[in-house]
Each structure stands twice: as structure tokens, then as C-alpha cells.
Design a binder for this molecule. Structure first.
Ligand code: FCB
Length: 447
């Protein structure tokens, strides 16, 4: 066993998202979002489950803050539901919605937990979807207006802002594969959505600077660590292509590098060009204060000359977790090293990392999620290694505080360190919660 000490001041947290935990979907004048529409459509979510109630965090947030304090969290990342604040996504502002986030922020601060607020975690107001959603350029402007409202209301206490959560996921899975809301399958709409989402990010950063609030703002991207399936030079080229279509497509424009040529060519060949207008790339490259990274796994890549993108995922070689991806805890350290080198050592917050482990209570009522504990320890060891090598990582948020609505999987996939009984809504800390408290207390991990 070795004890790996993290740098002094390193922050330990946990993350959730509005639609996955809040419930109260039609209370206090909340408007509907695309996830309400999608989950209520038969066949879209396993067993027809919805986020109508979820963890009922909207009513139980005070207990949940107690839980966080008990765990020793230094920071908590949550998202604001846009349609709670602006029921249609534009125009009228819902005071009751803002008041909820006010109470949540105050409650956290009272316990010494720093709030980190994500402005968009996939729940676009249905009113905006009806006008074309992310395919409509105006959505980027509406997002900046909504962001400004939230800065205005919470910015005296919230100093860490995340514009978008994982644009790659909500654009591609929402508009190309249709596995997520709004359930569209159209490559032209996908290209438009990608560009408008990034534009929305840039506009929201500009609105933050214009608000005069102090604090930091950045984007959270989803990441996979890509590894060559073999040592042929063409396999390395395939890895670079995978990075273009994933990492560089979203990090590149934010860091002022524009879109990768390979990606632009691919979409143009499909008659689905990115609708870039003069000034857009500059807007998207508005300087940010940190890079938010979510990472869960790796992928082995091999060349695929028969596919338009030129690469494919090779067969997995590591054990698979219930969500279908490999248990690959080395991926976090590897990716952090790669991204730090690629983009000039930015300040990084790991805004999500976690493990799907569906362990249920044993006869004694305890939940022994040892797979999660084991893998989280290894993830953190890799992260520690990357920090030792000079990566500027300042915070780590575990996904998730508690089991919640896992999108198209419904409640079947459990990522929480606190167990949620979805029949009674009772919360029970798992073994991983006790383990994480110890990590926090010692500011380091025993592996
Ligand atoms: C991420 C999402 C988050 C959660 C985890 C498991 O892609 O940001 O909401 O679903 O995966």
C-alpha cells in the first residue's frame, strides 16, 4: 500500500445535474424541457422511467446538503434547470425557480461547501426546441440571456461557473443517434447543433465578463482516452483522427484553434457544413479560466479506411462495467497528461469521474460497492501521477453524490456513493462514501 498525497488546497467534491436529481418537474411554474418530452415518449427510456420525481432533491435539498457536509465535501457541482428559471427558455422569468437555487446556494455556503454551477446539463426548454432547438442559431443568444439572469441572481455567492456540460454528448446523441433528447437523427442538424452550442458557450463567457461578477468560468467536455490498438503508424494516425472527432472538435475552438480540418471535411462531404459566420470562432475562443473534464473510460482505436471518419473502436480487452465501457482507471491520468500538453497546461477541474457499480444493500442493509472503491482509487492514483508530472489539476468532482436518473437507462445504472431507494427516496451512504470521506480528510488516497 502507498499513500498518495494531493497538493495542498486540492478540492474534493461531488456532482449532480438538475434533471437527474431534482424531480418536481411541474411544480412552482417550471416549464417543460426536452428531457420531460423525451422521457414521456414511449420507448425512449428503459421501462418508461422519467425524471418526474427522480431523487426529489427539489424538496430534500436540505437533507442532501447535510449528507454532503457529513461526507466532508469542499465543493458541490449542480446544474440549473433553464426551464425552471425561464419556463419557455426566453422571455418571462420565473421568480420561484430562481428562489430555489438561491436557497440551495445559501444552504451550501452555510456549510462551507463551494457551489460550482453548470448552466446547461442537457435540459433545453421545450419552448426553444419548438423553435428549432440547438439547430437554431438564436438558441445561442437565448442561452447568453439566461446565463446573465443567473449570474445576476447568484453571482454574488457563486464564483465557479460551467457553461455547458458535454456538448459532444448532447449534440451527437441528441441529434445524430437519437439516443437522447430531443431524439433527432439528422447529420445536418447535428453539425448546426455543435456549432451553435459552442457559440452559446462563447456568448455566455462574454456575458459573464460583461456582468462584472468576479469568479471563474469554463466549459466541461466529455473525454475518452484514446489508445492505439497496435503499434502500426496507421493506427497512430487513426488515434489522431479519433482525437479530432472527439477531443479537438470541442476543446480546439475553445482554445482558439478552430475546428479540426478532418472534421470540417467530413461534415462538408455529407452536405452538413458547420454554419460558421464571421466572428464566430473568435466568440467561441473567448478566454476561459479553467477546463472542465469529464472522463469515464478509454477506447482502443484501429484504422477503418472503409468508414468516412477513418477509424473505429477496436474490441475491448479490459473487463466491462455495466454501462458497457471498459474498467480503465489509467485513462484519467493518461488523458489529463495528453490534454495538458496539447493545450499549454490549462488549469483543470475534473468535473466528473465515477464508476457504475449497481451494488444493492446486503442483508445487513449495507451497500458494499467495492468495484467503485477499487476503481476510484486507481483513477485517483493516475490523476495524482499526472499532477506530479506538472498537470495543473485543482479539483475533483465525483459523479455522483447519489444514484439518480441515468438518462436513457433510467434508474437501472447507479453511479452514486449514496444509494437512493427510488421507492422510498431514502438515501443510504455506501462503502464508497465512507472511503471518499477518508480521501477528503487525508487529502490523499491509499492505493
Ligand atoms: C456523463 C453525464 C452525467 C452522467 C454520467 C454518468 O456523461 O454528464 O450526467 O450521466 O455521464
Amino acid at each position: 500500500m502507498a499513500f498518495l498525497q494531493f497538493p495542498e488546497g486540492f478540492q474534493w467534491g461531488a456532482a449532480t445535474a438538475a434533471y437527474q436529481v431534482e424531480g418536481a418537474y411541474n411544480e412552482d411554474d417550471r416549464g417543460l424541457s426536452i428531457w420531460d418530452t423525451f422521457s414521456h415518449q414511449p420507448g425512449m427510456v428503459e421501462r418508461g422511467e422519467t425524471g418526474d420525481v427522480a431523487c426529489d432533491h427539489y424538496h430534500r435539498f436540505r437533507d442532501d446538503i447535510e449528507l454532503m457536509a457529513h461526507l466532508g465535501l469542499g465543493t458541490y457541482r449542480f446544474s440549473v434547470s433553464w426551464s425552471r428559471v425561464q419556463p419557455f427558455g426566453y422571455g418571462a422569468v420565473n421568480e420561484k425557480g430562481l428562489a430555489f437555487y438561491d436557497r440551495l446556494v445559501d444552504g451550501l455556503i452555510e456549510k462551507g461547501i463551494q457551489p460550482a454551477v453548470t448552466l446547461y446539463h442537457w435540459d433545453l426548454p421545450q419552448g426553444l426546441q419548438d423553435l428549432g432547438g440547438w439547430a437554431n442559431r438564436d438558441t445561442a443568444e437565448r442561452f447568453a440571456e439566461y446565463a446573465a439572469l443567473v449570474y445576476d441572481r447568484l453571482g454574488d455567492r457563486v464564483t465557479r461557473w460551467i457553461t455547458l456540460n458535454e456538448p459532444i454528448v448532447f449534440t451527437l446523441m441528441g441529434h445524430l443517434t437519437g439516443r437522447m433528447a430531443p431524439g433527432i437523427r439528422d447529420i445536418g442538424i447535428t453539425a448546426r447543433s455543435i456549432h451553435h452550442a459552442l457559440l452559446a458557450h462563447g456568448r455566455a463567457v462574454a456575458a459573464f465578463r460583461a456582468s462584472g461578477r468576479t469568479g471563474e468560468i469554463g466549459i466541461t467536455n466529455a473525454n475518452t482516452s484514446y489508445e492505439p490498438a497496435d503499434d502500426r503508424p496507421e493506427t497512430q494516425q487513426a488515434v489522431e483522427l479519433a482525437r479530432d472527432f472527439d477531443s479537438r472538435l470541442f476543446h480546439g475552438p475553445v482554445f482558439g484553434r478552430g475546428y479540426p480540418e478532418s472534421v470540417l471535411r467530413y461534415y462538408e462531404a455529407k452536405d452538413a457544413p458547420f454554419p460558421i459566420e464571421a466572428g464566430d470562432l473568435e466568440a467561441i475562443a473567448a478566454p476561459t479560466d479553467f477546463l472542465g473534464l469529464n472522463l469515464y473510460s478509454r477506447a482502443r482505436i484501429e484504422p477503418a479506411p472503409d468508414r468516412g471518419v477513418g477509424y473505429r473502436n477496436a474490441a475491448p480487452t479490459l473487463p466491462l462495467l455495466p454501462m458497457g465501457y471498459e474498467a480503465a482507471p489509467h485513462a484519467l491520468g493518461d488523458f489529463v497528461r495528453w490534454v495538458s500538453k496539447e493545450y499549454g497546461n490549462p488549469r483543470i477541474y475534473i468535473t466528473e469521474n465515477g464508476v457504475c457499480d449497481n451494488a444493492e444493500p446486503g442483508p445487513d442493509g449495507r451497500i458494499d460497492d467495492h468495484v467503485r472503491v477499487d476503481l476510484l482509487g486507481q483513477f485517483l492514483a493516475g490523476l495524482h501521477g499526472a499532477i506530479q508530472k506538472g498537470a495543473d489539476v485543482r479539483a475533483y468532482y465525483q459523479w455522483s453524490l447519489m444514484d439518480n436518473f441515468e438518462w436513457a437507462y433510467g434508474y437501472r445504472m447507479r453511479f452514486g456513493m449514496v444509494h437512493t431507494d427510488f421507492a422510498t427516496l431514502e438515501r443510504t451512504p455506501k462503502r464508497s462514501a465512507a472511503w471518499y470521506s477518508e480521501v477528503i480528510r487525508r487529502n490523499g488516497v491509499e492505493v
